[in-house]
Design a protein around this ligand. Structure first.
Ligand code: GLN
Length: 547
């Protein structure tokens, strides 16, 4: 059975629990252990699928079609272990399961309570797959003391008692603020946060202390003494230039050793960190720089396109260049010419998105990239916009648009080159949707196969003609327009295996113009950059050498 590591946070939010968990997962792997990472989120949404990226950052989609927290993206990028729908849960999901069981009569006669019914549901979730790996790392979202978080804390407390002694440990992340006026690192907030944890019955085994300044030995001893942990288990987490230094940095501070000690694993297997040394070397020693514009809607919050930003970095690492990403708000082009805003970039990426706002700007960005021969990668909505651009400006379908933007009944503004997908095949089964369906979890979600045209650009990029990639969309390019668009020169180089759904389009006479209906960014890793991002940045690098 797996050993469980529960990761909690205190003092303030945004300390990077997700990243620390992911880095620890990578370090345990480097010592030869198998791991799985999991996120338990206290919010009441059933999943993050309907949350605005402005509020919560991107929605990370798993192969099995779950819409999950962006921390699962960190987990995958650091460990390479594909996340599953059972790796992410929220209070909303837990309560909805409990209430469903109550209605079904599963608890007949009983009064339903947080303890034991909600906590049992959480514990049942923790058990899933517990016999498959050496370590299960479970991160609790939010900070200790949050009202919604309490059932999760109670559940992990109980869990550690339900299991044999030594099967579970608790790792707590805190902040040591630095007071410039007195030149001191303050440990009091950490002490309070640990007290809060102890008051709900959890005694942390390891403290990870975020700090801008080196933690003096004296302070480390003080924290150990006042927080009731071993001195070696007080691990410093300093700010890093790049997140990809985290595994090496945590190793240097002794985090993985502290974890193995806490579990009494001795002798500890020696770590092989060559992969992370190579990753770190590639990030720190680029041989050039390329500038990429991301023309999108959620440009104020970088987390909204987290996986794209990371995948671009991975593409840079593969080509030994630094990728400078600039976020361009698509709405600027509603009123202004795109050219002055897009000149000077070595590549343009139009990411996914929902709703009409900003789409005319994205269409202009696609036109700019096509006519100026700038490498273009269109992802999901970014592919749909590239197709609409081709339809309007090359195939002479002047009013081409997407059904997504024509919601007023009876008033059709656009010819629907992109239409609302109502039926598709998943495995051997047919899936159907109605326009009025719930908004949560009803899109075409998760991994689907696609067949690539031999000899096409994408087939060359992937080095194969059969791929599977993750999807999250409700609309689709209408196959009805394929002949007209192909006659205009746009090539449909990737299709669903039944030949009905366009998955990839490209302009063969362009140095690099590819639109994909799926999200390749979700599968990119620093040690295994996604082929599309690798080649997109290679093309950008080539352009950067030309100009
Ligand atoms: N809004 C579009 C659709 O639902 C694109 C979705 C996306 O970019 N993820 O098809």
């Amino acid at each position: 059975m797996a050993r469980y590591i529960f990761i909690t946070g205190g003092v303030v939010s945004s300390l990077g629990k997700g990243l620390s968990s992911a880095a620890l997962g990578a370090l345990l792997q480097a010592r030869g252990f198998s791991v799985r990472l999991r996120k338990l989120d206290p919010y009441l949404n059933v999943d993050p699928g309907t949350m605005s990226p402005f509020e919560h950052g991107e929605v990370f989609v798993t192969d099995d079609g779950a819409e999950t927290d962006l921390d699962l993206g960190h987990y995958e990028r650091f460990t390479g272990v594909p996340a599953r729908h059972t790796d992410s849960v929220s209070s909303g999901r837990i309560y909805s399961n409990v209430l469903e069981k109550e209605r079904r009569g599963d608890y007949l006669g009983k009064t339903i309570q947080v303890v034991p019914h909600v906590t049992n549901e959480i514990k049942a979730f923790l058990d899933i797959g517990g016999d498959e790996v050496d370590f299960m790392l479970c991160e609790i979202g939010g900070t200790v003391g949050d009202i919604e978080g309490l059932p999760f804390f109670e559940a992990i407390r109980q869990y550690s008692h339900d299991k044999p002694r030594g099967q579970c440990i608790f790792m707590h992340l805190t902040l040591l603020p630095y007071l410039a006026a007195s030149g001191e690192l303050k440990t009091k907030p950490t002490q309070h946060s640990v007290k809060e944890l102890q008051s709900i019955g959890i005694a942390p085994d390891i403290l990870v202390c975020r700090s801008e300044q080196p933690i003096p030995e004296k302070e480390r001893e003080k924290i150990a003494l006042f927080c009731n942990v071993r001195k070696e288990a007080v691990v410093a987490a300093y700010d890093l230039k790049t997140i990809y230094d985290a595994p090496l940095a945590y190793h240097k501070q002794g985090l993985d050793q502290a974890v193995l000690d806490a579990f009494d694993i001795s002798p500890a297997p020696r770590p092989d960190l060559t992969v992370w040394q190579d990753v770190s070397d590639r990030v720190h020693n680029p041989e050039g720089e390329v500038k990429v514009a991301i023309v999108g809607k959620y440009t104020q919050l970088e987390d909204a396109y987290k996986s794209i930003a990371e995948a671009l970095t991975h593409g840079g690492m593969a080509n030994r260049v630094k990728v400078r990403v600039e976020w361009v708000d698509a709405e600027i082009f509603d009123t202004q010419d795109a050219a002055p805003h897009l000149e000077g970039y070595h590549a343009i990426l139009v990411p996914g998105g929902f709703g009409e706002r900003g789409t005319e700007g994205k269409i202009k960005a696609a036109e700019f990239a096509r006519t100026r021969k700038v490498p273009y990668l269109g992802i999901c909505l970014g592919m749909q916009m590239a197709v609409i651009e081709a339809a309007r400006n090359v195939a002479d379908i002047k009013t081409a648009g997407s059904e997504e933007f024509d919601h007023e009944a009876g008033k059709k503004r656009f010819e629907p080159v992109v239409y609302h997908l109502k039926e598709w095949v998943q495995g051997n089964a047919k899936v159907s949707r109605k326009v009025e369906d719930d908004k949560g979890g009803t899109m075409r979600l998760g991994a689907y196969d696609a067949v690539l045209t031999a000899g096409s650009k994408v087939a060359e990029v992937y080095g194969t003609t059969s791929i599977d990639e993750r999807h999250r969309h409700r609309y689709e390019v209408d196959i009805k327009y394929r002949d007209k668009l192909e006659a205009a020169g746009l090539c449909f180089s990737g299709m669903s295996p039944d030949g009905k759904l366009p998955e990839i389009v490209e302009w063969p006479d362009h140095p690099w113009f590819i639109g994909v209906q799926f999200h390749p960014e979700l599968k990119s890793k620093p040690f295994d950059p996604h082929p599309l991002f690798r080649d997109f940045i290679r093309a950008a690098k080539e352009i950067s050498r030309l100009v």
